[in-house]
Design a protein around this ligand. Sequence first.
Ligand SMILES: NC(=O)c1ccc[n+]([C@@H]2O[C@H](COP(=O)([O-])OP(=O)(O)OC[C@H]3O[C@@H](n4cnc5c(N)ncnc54)[C@H](OP(=O)(O)O)[C@@H]3O)[C@@H](O)[C@H]2O)c1
Length: 340
Amino acid sequence: MRVYRLPTAGGIDSLTMVDEDMPRPGRGQVLVRMQAASLNFRDLLVVKGQYGRSPARPNLIPLSDGAGEVVEVGAEVSRVKLGDRVAGIFMQEWIGGPMTPEVQPSALGGGARDGVLAEYVLLDQHGVVPIPAHLSYAEAACLPCAAVTAWNALFSYRPLVAGDTVLVLGTGGVSVFALQFARMAGCRVITTSSSDDKLERARSLGASDGVNYRTRPEWQQAVQDLTEGRGVDHVVEVGGAGTLSRSLQSARLGGAIHLIGVLTGVADVNPMAILQRNLTVRGVFVGSRHMFEDMNRALAFHQLRPVIDRVFPFDHAKAALRHLESQTHVGKVVIAIGAA
Ligand SMILES: NC(=O)c1ccc[n+]([C@@H]2O[C@H](COP(=O)([O-])OP(=O)(O)OC[C@H]3O[C@@H](n4cnc5c(N)ncnc54)[C@H](OP(=O)(O)O)[C@@H]3O)[C@@H](O)[C@H]2O)c1
């Protein structure tokens, strides 16, 4: 089978395609013929050796998010059967309940565990979920990290209420899912972006308002104006250092900030802005299998489809990563491995 490995995390060019024997499932494992994988900002950090406290182990298979068909099952597998269409879960051992230190190292394609950029991938039977019937493999491959993160932010701790206003930053993978989920829940969405064209696209997906943070650097003021001085109920904060203090100023008194990303680096936070505005600031780290399953029921009922910017062939995985790096995309970038 063909598989991409990272001999060292030396940038996109260090990604190397190799031919290897097909793995065989052991007890409790399933062999998935990957049909598609999707990219997350994290994957760029992994290939550049900038993810986590220590670089990825040598020869890691990168990427956390993929979907495919179960083609072989090991002994004592009862949850999954041959022919099932499945996606892997991000942290293979986070099934439900609160996150614990033990489940963190089980994330795919980041530190210790190989990821999904391969024609065949072995996963534990408990580390997969059935994918909604209305989705293609390419669409389902977008779900495990970006969609589950947006779902966890908006529905698991302080769930959206119809009529809430949600601010999403930029038009990348997590933010576009957050936009779609907030609209699904009957909420108003304000989007920021670097580009007026992307804001137009966000409007076509249901955002009521858009603010270009390049032409309007004081975008928190625009958000306050759009909400008649009240501020938004929820901020899906993916920016980090460059956006956090403006996000805090965009929220209403008692609003919620869902801390997800560090696109612009790590921030020092001024606690005054949080306490004076009575804000709830909550860190979000993807989500559990149970959250993924809850989300899939909502996707199926609402027939909601992930927004795919572009699909690259397996041979062009490096070009796919460069496209993500260019930040010209809206939504998700996908790599077709089989018949995506
Ligand atoms: N905590 C978690 O569990 C978790 C899970 C997933 C992702 N993340 C993190 O969340 C962040 C987003 O991930 P992703 O995979 O969705 O990224 P992505 O698809 O690569 O999105 C990148 C987009 O973010 C926007 N952006 C860049 N700088 C910005 C800024 N200063 N202000 C507002 N928007 C900005 C740009 O869109 P525009 O051109 O439209 O502005 C850019 O195209 C990353 O930091 C990632 O590591 C965390």
